[in-house]
Design a protein around this ligand. Structure first.
Ligand code: ACO
Length: 322
């Protein structure tokens, strides 16, 4: 049967590092509070780059590793909640810069589950005949953060990660997927509300910055992420013990620990890098995935669960045989 294979992975983060101590100059917080509540020690933020620049670095690296020229790509999908523009999409910008003239390109927005939603779409495209494409999660969340609001500013960072995927005729490498949306709870986490005005009287204010019910998001994550993982494992006719690594969205170290404990799985199977990057939304899973591949902690043949959760509210799990 035809299926999606991850051919290469890459990630890129901007150079500027902001350590917790630096945030104490902007708001009433402490390194100790941030580390104990979230596990975050630092985050990377852009200075003169935007989301499309981060995504382009990843795309260029993927092509370089694969030795492929850009015209061999059939599609480019970017998952983002922080694009440069409403239009053109980040994916179209990347397509133009790469000169990937045979690729159609579009963004999807499922917030922190964006990479899982995008990979599911890529799998469906490949199963219906596309041969090769790039899937990237890219975010500049620092533009959606009020850098004087300690309840959100300490959590987020900028970055991008992605994979080059291709169709193979052997066994499918995507073993099962689950995507779920809880739109009735969407107001628990908002960012980037645009002003809604026109010449006829509509006059709603913009609210660019993150507004979040942190407790509600925490409870949502520790309930819905295990449910989605367990459902997907069952769909794949596997047991939880068959999963070699759980690559979870890196929102908060405590959420990841709770999920592991709740499913009675050793924490070592839940690698984390949130300490170095903070929450990079759709970029967090592909950044971590690439780091694990590059350090030999994920190797060919491993069974990996990728799981995201966040704004929407959304959840998504993809189980792959790498
Ligand atoms: N530094 C110091 N004190 C702080 C800070 C800060 N940065 N932020 C809040 N506090 C204070 C609060 O004011 C509060 O003080 P009070 O008790 O005097 O009122 C106290 O610390 C505790 O605040 P809580 O909000 O109750 O802290 P909690 O333990 O719930 O932790 C946190 C907050 C870390 C945000 C947690 O709720 C969480 O991780 N939630 C999940 C959030 C998340 O992951 N969101 C992203 C989803 S992904 C996406 O799609 C973008």
């Amino acid at each position: 049967a035809r299926g999606l294979r991850i051919q290469a992975s890459a990630h890129y983060v901007p150079n500027r590092v902001v350590k917790n101590a630096e945030l104490t100059q902007l708001m009433d917080t402490s390194d100790e509070w941030i580390q104990t509540r979230t596990g975050i020690r630092q985050r990377h933020v852009v200075i003169d780059e935007n989301t499309s620049d981060l995504a382009l670095h990843v795309a260029t690296d993927l092509l370089g590793q694969s030795g492929l020229s850009a015209h061999r790509l059939d599609f480019i999908i970017v998952a983002t909640m922080s694009p440069d523009y409403q239009t053109p999409s980040v994916a179209a910008q990347v397509q133009g810069e790469l000169g990937a003239t045979n690729a159609f390109a579009f963004d999807i927005n499922a917030a922190c589950s964006g990479f899982e939603y995008a990979l599911k779409i890529a799998n469906d495209l490949i199963n219906s005949g596309s041969q090769r494409g790039i899937v990237i999660g890219a975010e500049v969340l620092s533009k959606l953060v009020d850098w004087h609001d300690r309840t959100t500013a300490v959590l987020f960072g900028d970055g991008a990660g992605g994979v080059l995927v291709e169709g193979v005729e052997s066994n499918s490498r995507v073993l099962a997927t689950d995507l779920a949306t809880f739109g009735a709870s969407g107001q628990k986490l908002t960012a980037g509300k645009m002003a809604n005005g026109n010449a006829f009287g509509a006059n709603q204010q913009a609210q660019p910055f993150f507004q979040m019910d942190g407790r509600a998001i925490y409870s949502f994550a520790v309930r819905q992420v295990p449910a989605s993982i367990e459902l997907t494992v069952a769909k794949a006719n596997l047991m939880l013990a068959d999963i070699d690594k759980f690559v979870l969205h890196q929102a908060n170290g405590r959420i990841i620990e709770r999920v592991a404990k709740g499913m009675d799985i050793a924490a070592i199977k839940f690698p984390t890098n949130v300490a170095n990057y903070g929450n990079t939304s759709a970029a967090s899973v592909p950044i971590l995935f690439d780091e694990l591949v590059k350090t030999g902690q994920i190797t060919r043949g491993d069974t990996i669960a990728l799981a995201g959760f966040g704004g929407g509210l959304t959840v998504g799990t993809i189980i792959i045989k790498y």
